[in-house]
Structures are given as C-alpha cells and as structure tokens.
Design a protein around this ligand. Structure first.
Ligand SMILES: Cc1cc2nc3c(=O)[nH]c(=O)nc-3n(C[C@H](O)[C@H](O)[C@H](O)COP(=O)(O)O)c2cc1C
Length: 185
C-alpha cells in the first residue's frame, strides 16, 4: 500500500490538542489543499476564518454571550464551557460556506463542497504534522455567532476546526468490516 493510502486510512481526529499550531507558511499550504475540494460550477463557496491564540478569549466571550441569547437560563457550568471551548486548541479555523442561488447547483451541493473542504483541511493539517477535530454544536448554527465572526447573511458555518499538535497518543481506530459498507449492485 502507498504511504498516501496508508495515511488516508489512518486519519484520526484528536480532541486533545496543544501548541504549537501551524505557522503562517504551513497554514497557507493547508488552505491551498482545502481549496481543492470538488466544487460544482466552480462557485468557490468556501472560505475560512482563523482564530489564533490571541483571539481565543474574545471568541470564547462571543460564544458565551450568544449562548445567553439562545438560553437566558444557561447555568454557570454551561457558560464556562462555552467560554472555554476555544481554549482547547491553539488555532481554530471556522469553515464558512457562501450559499448562492444557482440554477444548476442547489444549496446542498455548495454545503457538500464546504464539507469536502473542511475534510481536506483536516487531512492537510495532519499531513503537515498537526492534528485536528471537526466540531459544531448549537453555536455553529447560531446567526449571532455568525455575525460576531463577520459572516454575511448568505454565509453559514460548516465547521469549527480545532487545529494543533496531538496531545497524547492517537486513539484506536476500530477495524471495520468492509462488507457492512460496500456492496456490488
Ligand atoms: C459535521 C460534523 C460535526 C461534528 N461535531 C462534533 C462536535 O460538535 N463535537 C465532537 O466531539 N465531535 C464532533 N464531530 C465528530 C468528530 O469530528 C470526529 O469525527 C469524531 O470524534 C470521531 O473521530 P474520528 O474522526 O477520528 O473517527 C463532528 C463531525 C462532523 C462530520
């Protein structure tokens, strides 16, 4: 098996991330890989917003404020969880999709393209010696979070990609029986 195939088969999310994250030059390569996602109609629906170490606290405050707007009864534990969420990695990349009205490319295909870009970004980060995890949750679908991040009305969050260095060993990848997933028609 080729090294690339082996790498693809072993991609592994990492919930525990620590510094360092990728530097600017490494990030540029990662974004270039992400932007090779399939894209029906070449609409270029994906873009990325980075939140580095120095902006994580401000983003946590935004998440906390938005949680309170969604749920004024949120308790201190929930507020602290929201506030501290961005501190789980040295870099957050918010994967954003611009959903356009198009006669041949329905919105779902534009979101699929964004999801492919998010996965490509995770793969590229891992190929660059880093690790990551795709997270969403209610905040990802909250218009107040989106506008706090500067998104336009026709833009949506696809993923919060937490990126950094793997903290601890990689988790086990359970073996899969291909016959459960693949059939011949
Ligand atoms: C659209 C999407 C949203 C996700 N949201 C979360 C999330 O909010 N929190 C979380 O712990 N995992 C989330 N996951 C799952 C993780 O990214 C990851 O896939 C999971 O922990 C399994 O690890 P693995 O990718 O190494 O198999 C999400 C995955 C996808 C595709």
């Amino acid at each position: 098996m080729s090294d690339i195939l082996q790498f693809l088969q072993q991609r592994n999310s990492s919930p525990k991330l620590t510094a360092p994250g990728p530097c600017a030059a490494e990030l540029e390569h990662i974004f270039r890989a992400a932007l090779r996602a399939p894209d029906h109609g070449w609409l270029r629906p994906s873009r990325f917003v980075t939140i580095g170490q120095e902006r994580r606290v401000a983003f946590g405050e935004l998440l906390e404020r938005c949680l309170l707007l969604r749920n004024p009864d949120a308790d201190e534990a929930a507020l602290a969880k929201a506030r501290n969420a961005p501190l789980r990695a040295p870099l957050l990349v918010v994967a954003v999709v611009k959903v356009a009205l198009h006669p041949k490319v329905p919105p779902i295909e534009q979101r699929f393209s964004g999801a492919c870009a998010a996965q490509a970004l995770l793969l590229a980060a891992e190929a660059s010696g880093f690790a990551g995890i795709w997270r969403t949750g209610a905040a990802a679908y909250d218009r107040a979070v989106m506008s706090g991040l500067g998104l336009a009305e026709d833009e949506e969050i696809i993923a919060f990609l937490y990126i950094g260095s793997r903290n601890g060993s990689a988790k086990m990848i359970p073996p899969l029986d291909m016959t459960h997933f693949v059939s011949t028609w």
